[in-house]
Design a protein around this ligand. Structure first.
Ligand SMILES: Cc1cc2nc3c(=O)[nH]c(=O)nc-3n(C[C@H](O)[C@H](O)[C@H](O)COP(=O)(O)OP(=O)(O)OC[C@H]3O[C@@H](n4cnc5c(N)ncnc54)[C@H](O)[C@@H]3O)c2cc1C
Length: 427
């Protein structure tokens, strides 16, 4: 069998602006691909697994048109990837670059096995706009603070992306050595609010575009659903952050663009700085954990948010912040327990972004810049008329605006259908 270039698709499940695919094509050898996304520790999130699988299935069909087989591989990639590399006679294996310590560790183990067999293992940035070592301070050190990172990022962006769209992989001719193309297995069952895949990602972006101008005004009002809801698509790599950044910059959408910069920031932070202990030091208070995860804390906006997350797998950005701070600051619990719950619920779960944001909520990153949100004040600010609360906490749907955020003040005059009193004194 002729030598091949093997692509490992994991978090870049797209054809458009796929740097790994472009590099593989440029090697000139026949191409084959495997999809082996989930490390064993991540399979505990069925929504995320199903979303990624749907995206991989769509990619498999798109690759099939070009004659490239995509094999769905189960199990631990440390064992399965070298096995497939041997089976497909790979000269090199190419994958998108990973950022967290656990992923890097896994990649290093794979690299050692492949290297011993003379197979190259190359990783190329497809997850972030800038790769982990692209944005460094003038002393060659990685940034630990967002504000200077953002300045350096914007400067680099102006230099490297001066209006040119990335080249389109779809136009590059492919080669294949495989006669038969493998069927792609069905996605695992899960109820998803969005469908995974590149086409749906672009539809979501186009649907959001008319809202870009009002994003800065409405993003913190969860009842308005005014954010892009692209998290899961970016997380699975169904859409390229480079392409989105270019389009957002061209439209002058600076506030929205800042999110993509923050995303890059947390990736490089995960690689260069963050300590990511796998086990929390102390167990969580069992009652607090149960009432927080079930949305029964007695704080209406917190409960509405936690019920929304549990039901849909998604939460507007501001509510992730509010609920995370509530866990860390009001209930004074270890951030890692909260992060683990989010990791199991969010369809867009991304280890680097989840952990970075949780550490920020716990005041571990830039504590001087931390704006602590009191749960009731936050509720009055972000859901002033209680629309979001009424949507997710039916026990309170009949309450007037004056009591919707503080039902405990209504006294016996109003029946709140068993809704609990506050679990803790808010700080
Ligand atoms: C405690 C906590 C945990 C989080 N965990 C995750 C996670 O596991 N996966 C994830 O994708 N995002 C996570 N975020 C970031 C953010 O809340 C989500 O990206 C956002 O809610 C997704 O909704 P959207 O696409 O409508 O956001 P938009 O406001 O439309 O933002 C567009 C994109 O920018 C990126 N982005 C936005 N805010 C952030 C941020 N604070 N940090 C990093 N990237 C950001 C995301 O890719 C997002 O899709 C977390 C935030 C908090 C506070």
């Amino acid at each position: 069998m002729q030598k091949t270039t093997l692509i490992w698709f994991r978090r870049n499940l797209r054809l458009s602006d796929n740097a790994v695919l472009q590099t593989a094509v440029a090697r000139g050898l026949p191409l084959a691909a495997v999809y082996a996304a989930e490390r064993p520790s991540e399979s505990a999130n069925p929504r995320r697994a199903a979303f990624h699988h749907q995206a991989a299935a769509e990619l498999s069909a798109a690759l099939a048109v070009k004659g490239i087989p995509l094999f769905a591989v189960q199990g631990d990639p440390v064992e399965t990837l070298p096995e497939w590399a041997r089976r497909l006679n790979a000269q090199s294996v190419l994958a998108d670059e990973a950022y967290t310590p656990s992923e890097t560790l896994q990649d290093n183990r794979i690299w050692r096995i492949l290297d011993a067999e003379g197979i190259a293992f190359e990783r190329i940035n497809d997850r972030a706009v800038f790769a982990k070592a692209d944005i460094m301070s003038e002393y060659g050190r990685p940034y630990a603070e967002f504000a200077p990172y953002k300045q350096a990022w914007l400067q680099a962006f102006r230099q490297h992306f001066s209006g040119e769209r990335p080249s389109e992989t779809a136009k590059i001719p492919f080669q294949t050595a495989f006669a038969g193309l493998p069927p792609f297995p069905d996605a695992p069952q899960a109820v998803l609010a969005q469908r995974g895949g590149e086409q749906a990602a672009w539809r979501q972006w186009r649907q959001f575009l008319p809202e870009l101008d009002v994003y800065p005004l409405l993003k913190d009002f969860p009842a308005k659903k005014a954010t892009s809801q692209l998290g899961a698509y970016l997380s699975a790599g169904c859409i390229s952050p480079r392409e989105l950044a270019q389009e957002a910059a061209a439209r002058g959408a600076d506030v929205w663009l800042e999110n993509l910069i923050r995303r890059d920031f947390y990736y490089q932070l995960a690689f260069h700085h963050a300590e990511m202990p796998s086990e929390p030091e102390n167990p969580a208070d069992a009652v607090f954990f149960q009432r927080w995860t079930k949305g029964e804390t007695g704080f209406p906006l917190i409960d509405a948010a936690m019920r929304c997350l549990r039901k849909s797998g998604w939460l507007p950005p501001v509510l992730r912040q509010v609920t995370a701070q509530f866990w860390c600051m009001t209930l004074r619990q270890n951030w890692q327990h909260g992060a683990a719950w989010f990791a199991a619920q969010q369809t867009d779960h991304d280890e680097a972004l989840n952990i970075g944001n949780w550490q920020a909520a716990a005041g571990l990153l830039s504590p001087h810049a931390l704006r602590v949100l009191h749960p009731t004040v936050a509720a009055q600010q972000f859901d002033p008329d209680g629309t979001f609360i009424r949507r997710h906490v039916p026990e309170l749907a009949h309450l007037p605006k004056d009591f919707i955020h503080t039902p405990w003040l209504a006294g016996a005059d109003i029946d709140s259908h068993g809704y609990p009193p506050p679990l803790a004194e808010a700080v």
